[in-house]
Design a protein around this ligand. Sequence first.
Ligand SMILES: [Zn+2]
Length: 204
Amino acid sequence: MSDNRIPGSLLNIIFKSVEDQLGERGLKMLLTQTKLTCYIQNPPPDDDTPTLDMDRFKSAMGAVIELFGEKAARPLLTRWGKLTFDYALESNPTLFGLAGFATKFMSEEGKARFILKRVLKESENLYGVPHVLTETPDAFNIEIQNCFYCGNHKSNQCICWPPVGFWKSMMRWATGKDYDVHETECIAMGAESCKYVIPKKAMA
Ligand SMILES: [Zn+2]
């Protein structure tokens, strides 16, 4: 049984950001390296159709980081996260429209909490791995168990940039301000799961 989860639209977003940054040849190189050459002739469907299984997605993420190196992969994957949020916003007007309305008179912290809970639930459903939210007086803490962004890659730094880009964009959308979203523990560094912090105070 195939366990496809990753929607074609998300693949298209990452292919597009690779092409923007590295041209058509860069994209071809990536697809060859990640054994996704079938998409050179036939691009994935540009909608929610589940297209790729988690294992292949995971090894594709690892290959992106290995192929481009961590330094180049970082802006690429952060941007992918941002574009993924833009896409979510467009493709899920009910969720975000409702959230915008319901949080109108809330504090920034209240807005962040409201939208974060719903977005993490959506991600959990989409990717099928736990996204656990806890908080302290100063910050929201997110843990992704069995994180797939690090894709079996080993590193001496945190490398799960897509969700960081996603939540940065989400916070900006919800509050109009920039937050220092960052990863604090990463499976790539030997941690048990990947952990992220969203400070409750915006950057000055
Ligand atoms: Zn990770």
